[in-house]
Design a protein. Structure first.
Lengths: 120, 120
DNA sequence: CAGGATCCCCTCCGATACTG
DNA sequence: CAGTATCGGAGGGGATCCTG
């Protein structure tokens, strides 16, 4: 079991670099989830994203925009952010990931605290 | 549509910080996938992870170990890394994420190159 | 309200050199 | 073979101040 690893398995455009696994910055995932139910305003986003500064949130949003995941709209001096269809297509995979986390975060925390695997 | 956002939606242990979305460092995801088919040796991992230096790979592996996703075994001077059951449980969500990326990377690249949304 | 401009720190990552 | 030590650059993220 275990043939040699393909030396080229991560060459070129292996999705590892594009996939939602490690996509974007610290806030990107949370922003996407905030937009799940419809367009939101900048200041509205800052509420659940406790502590994020304007600069950092702006940068995160600009990147999501540049990746075609979020659309920024100015309408009568009103700025709104919304998911594009592409951004919306991410919600599924993200929910799968979050479900995994909800199911396993206790094990993760146990491991991080060094709670002993008795057979060690 | 779009009730006010819950100000506490990312407080405490909302999985956003633990979930595979943005979990680990640059190489973590690739390492996990490399271990999919069974235990691998350090030098074996370095092959597909082109360019990773020993220091960085070591750090990545140590973290995966600390999170209980990977187990390091020394047997007769032979070092091996393998997925724990917890690490193995990540393969599903990761495959979902990668499938998303495989399906949408062209759109991502298009967006990144500023290929115009005509209605702008 | 929705940012932009600065400053600063910290971590990530790579390169190089060295070791049991 | 499987690392560790050290250096250095780049970027992420927060704090603070300023603006149309």
């Amino acid at each position: 079991m275990a043939a040699p690893l393909d030396p080229e398995m991560f060459d070129e455009l292996c999705p590892s670099d594009l996939s939602p696994i490690r996509f974007g910055d610290k806030w990107a995932g949370m922003v996407v989830r905030c937009l799940e139910d419809g367009p939101r305003r900048f200041s509205e986003l800052r509420v659940p994203l406790r502590g994020v500064t304007a600069k950092v949130l702006t940068r995160s949003l600009r990147r999501l925009e540049a990746d075609g995941l979020v659309r920024r709209t100015v309408l009568a001096g009103r700025v709104e952010y919304a998911l594009t269809p592409l951004g919306r297509s991410l919600l599924g995979p993200m929910e799968v990931a979050c479900a995994w986390a909800r199911e396993h975060w206790e094990e993760l925390l146990d491991a991080r605290e060094g709670v002993g695997t008795a057979a060690d």
